[in-house]
Design a protein. Structure first.
Length: 224
């Protein structure tokens, strides 16, 4: 540090003063109940150097104790180890996320028999095609079933209606969110089967079918 000379005597610049500690806000007293995701800067607008803060969110700490306890009981009698990840029945299923569907049981299959891809409506999306290509070439898939179901919310609502329902639940605007609703289940199923058949990495030797699962009877009918 350089020193200033004053009247023949060395003097030091004054020591910096320390700011008073910040006062805690009321919300800080609740941090034991919330995880805080701190704002992060990220670029926007396509201009270098311009950044905006990401909105901070206070995330409630979820309680998963019941599920973890159930997992411990599951692990006590676990007998499903040693599988190689191959679809041993040679089956891949694209179906809906609906909790009324049990993809293995409805086809008489067991653990390790099939590759299962689920999304709202049971649609053949780009992600579904990715999974099917991997299944066919790396995981032993020989037959592909596309299986939407009766009384599906994605087929019973318009995109506007779903946005309104989600917005009301979220307490904020959801008009920007994309929902892949199904206007005509049969037409959509035919289109999805064609997507799989036309994929250049899925050979003609693979069996592909479109089916409809009845959630009230448990029956599956082939439509395509």
């Amino acid at each position: 540090m350089s020193h200033a000379r004053n009247c023949g005597r060395l003097t030091h610049p004054p020591s910096p003063t320390h700011a008073e500690p910040p006062q805690l806000r009321p919300i800080d007293t609740f941090l034991g109940r919330f995880h805080v995701r701190r704002p992060q800067l990220r670029p926007f607008g396509g201009r270098a150097g311009r950044r905006r803060p990401e909105r901070a969110r206070f995330l409630p700490v979820a309680d998963f104790d019941d599920l973890l306890a159930a997992n411990r009981r599951f692990a006590d009698d676990f007998d499903l180890g040693g599988f190689d990840g191959v679809a041993h029945a040679g089956v891949a299923i694209v179906t809906c996320m609906d909790s009324r569907i049990d993809p293995l049981r409805m086809l008489g299959l067991e653990h390790g028999d099939a590759k299962i891809f689920r999304n709202p409506g049971g649609r053949v999306t780009e992600a579904a095609l990715e999974a099917l290509v991997l299944g066919v070439h790396l995981l032993g898939v020989k037959r592909i079933l596309v299986v939407p179901h009766t009384r599906c919310a994605m087929a019973a609502s318009t995109e506007v209606e779903l946005r309104e329902k989600v917005g009301a639940s979220a307490g904020q605007d959801a008009s920007w969110q994309r929902f892949h609703v199904v206007e005509d289940q049969r037409a959509s199923l035919e289109d999805d089967v064609r997507k799989v058949q036309a994929h250049p990495l899925i050979p003609d030797s693979i069996g592909i079918g479109g089916f409809l699962y009845d959630v009230d009877t448990g029956l599956i009918d082939r439509l395509v």
